[in-house]
Design a protein around this ligand. Sequence first.
Ligand SMILES: *[C@@H]1O[C@H](CO)[C@@H](O)[C@H](O)[C@H]1NC(C)=O
Ligand SMILES: *[C@@H]1O[C@H](CO)[C@@H](O)[C@H](O)[C@H]1NC(C)=O
Ligand SMILES: *[C@@H]1O[C@H](CO)[C@@H](O)[C@H](O)[C@H]1NC(C)=O
Ligand SMILES: *[C@@H]1O[C@H](CO)[C@@H](O)[C@H](O)[C@H]1NC(C)=O
Ligand SMILES: *[C@@H]1O[C@H](CO)[C@@H](O)[C@H](O)[C@H]1NC(C)=O
Ligand SMILES: *[C@@H]1O[C@H](CO)[C@@H](O)[C@H](O)[C@H]1NC(C)=O
Ligand SMILES: *[C@@H]1O[C@H](CO)[C@@H](O)[C@H](O)[C@H]1NC(C)=O
Ligand SMILES: *[C@@H]1O[C@H](CO)[C@@H](O)[C@H](O)[C@H]1NC(C)=O
Length: 577
Amino acid sequence: MHFRIMPGSWLILVLAVSSAAVLAHAATVEHTFNVATLCWPRISQPGDVSITAVDGVPGPVIEAYEGDTVVVHVINDSPHNVTIHWHGVIQRGTPWADGPEMVTQCPIRPGTRYTYRFNVSGQEGTLWWHAHASFLRATVHGALIIRPRAGAGAYPFPTPDGEAVVLLGEWWNDENAISSNVIADAYTINGKPGDLYAGETTANRSAKFEVTRNSTYLLRIINAALNTAFFFKVAGHTFTVVAADASYTTSYETDVIVIAPGQTVDALMAADASPGCYYMAISSYQSAFPPPPGGFNGNVTTSLVEYAGAAAPGGGQQAPALPDTPEPTDTDTANRFYTGLTALVRPGMPRVPLTVDTRMFVTVGLGLRYPPCEPTQTTPCQPIPVATMNNQSFVLPSAMSMLDARYRNTPDGVYTRDFPDRPPVEFDYTNRTEMVVGGSAAALLFPGMPATKVRKLEYNATVEMVLQNTALVGRESHPMHLHGFDFFVLAQGFGNYDDATGSQQFNLRNPQERNTIAVPTGGWAVIRFVADNPGMWFMHCHIDSHLSIGLGMVFEVEDGPTPDTKLPPPPADLPQC
Ligand SMILES: *[C@@H]1O[C@H](CO)[C@@H](O)[C@H](O)[C@H]1NC(C)=O
Ligand SMILES: *[C@@H]1O[C@H](CO)[C@@H](O)[C@H](O)[C@H]1NC(C)=O
Ligand SMILES: *[C@@H]1O[C@H](CO)[C@@H](O)[C@H](O)[C@H]1NC(C)=O
Ligand SMILES: *[C@@H]1O[C@H](CO)[C@@H](O)[C@H](O)[C@H]1NC(C)=O
Ligand SMILES: *[C@@H]1O[C@H](CO)[C@@H](O)[C@H](O)[C@H]1NC(C)=O
Ligand SMILES: *[C@@H]1O[C@H](CO)[C@@H](O)[C@H](O)[C@H]1NC(C)=O
Ligand SMILES: *[C@@H]1O[C@H](CO)[C@@H](O)[C@H](O)[C@H]1NC(C)=O
Ligand SMILES: *[C@@H]1O[C@H](CO)[C@@H](O)[C@H](O)[C@H]1NC(C)=O
């Protein structure tokens, strides 16, 4: 509409934003998504590979105005079970449309279809959509943009001259390797790995953003990567962050943006450098300690920011300037960015609730399990990694979706309501020495078999949750995503959370609102939200290699007193198991 992305092509045009659009009535934005097997060029290697995608990588952009109804007909022409999650959409009154496989629906089976219908109300900014089944979101994803009802002129910041989606991803040359190899073959910006990747193909490797000097652009940055947080920079340019996770922030000036999987950042960038060509660059933020035994992909991925008229036809121009990228382990830079954001408080928007009904202290981290196995002389029985919250490792049910079980009031065999409010023992959560010498922590290192546990919440309860990272296997920043709600981030810090000192740091005036919090590595974060949205809402780590080994839990939010605060019946075409 206001800018264009041509999926699968190499040029991303940044076009002027019309501030004239003033819509009085909510409209319906309708799309048809064909999830299918596509032939797609490899990265850094010649030839094509088969991928599962909607038109390409990234897939189509959904553009809506606040209050619009979004209708997406998903036709599953792929050989996989599929669902689509509308990441960050609150889904008030439409819990069946949230999308996570076996939490709110059974999958859309191959050869079948399902239509998602929901409203985007009370939210503005950048969100996104992605598959929420198996590891399919690696290639099944795209942007979801919600503009103010009154048009771009109604942004609570100077109207930009143009906008662009900047979607960060990870790419595997072999789709079958995604579940087993956490290390991607490449990082991508709008599906392209950039100029710095070695490989046989040299053409068309970079996404390109064309800008006009002295114009200002709104970059809608989305981290769609499966497992990796990124540092984001543009040589010679700085940013003013204006929103994160589709909640406005006070203007935050920075030359580096840090973004964890699942998060979005909206940032203004003024094209105020001398006309030329500059690299936009992403590099990974590696928060794990000890470092992952398999190493990590330390490559820098680039795209081009090109000033109109600056590119000499036929080449010959200077190599674009490359920004300095932070060290992969630069937690100081990550922490400065993550803690630097505050909310733009506006009339009519929710404020932090000051009284708390339900307090939870939840450890998040990795553990180990000995699988059933017979050690032999040649192959000793090796522990496998698992992930836990409060010593519970989560697994999806298989017979019925959790929301369906709640609706029918038949949780037996699907889930139990015993997700604990505290870990079974208190210990020195973040002290590695303590783990190695095997103190009180040893018991938590070995959780039991995975189970499907929920925490039931009374309608309208105010929930405060301390998320405490553990160093049992290794400390690491876990991006915890909550479905169905935005939450306030009251404080974050390093080490073990101590209520006496931690609560002194709470920002109760203008805390940032998010749907995904990167809990600091070896540290903690405190979030608060009001459980005013009846349904079954997944909370999980947005690193897929952790989600798949159990880093999640579900909130079961009870019905409210009024007809519009009761769980509605499922849509007639909801897929059955
Ligand atoms: C680069 O992309 C353009 C636009 O999609 C296409 O026309 C052209 O053939 C591509 N060039 C190469 C060398 O692949
Ligand atoms: C969207 O909002 C409109 C107007 O409030 C309402 O009539 C409609 O039922 C809503 N649609 C959904 C899917 O909730
Ligand atoms: C990119 O990363 C991969 C995986 O770590 C590595 O094998 C490859 O050599 C890197 N490519 C470049 C151009 O650095
Ligand atoms: C951009 O702004 C600078 C400083 O105000 C001015 O000198 C220059 O002429 C402007 N360039 C364009 C292309 O408008
Ligand atoms: C970590 O634990 C070890 C062993 O119990 C102890 O000696 C050390 O003082 C602890 N470190 C910190 C920073 O608490
Ligand atoms: C953690 O869970 C497992 C399995 O239920 C249990 O055996 C273990 O004792 C638990 N740890 C603690 C400290 O309670
Ligand atoms: C929900 O909580 C808010 C704030 O505490 C209160 O104003 C409102 O009346 C409550 N609604 C219901 C239905 O309990
Ligand atoms: C696909 O979903 C159906 C229905 O839930 C289930 O029976 C089947 O096992 C699933 N297939 C795979 C490959 O997961």
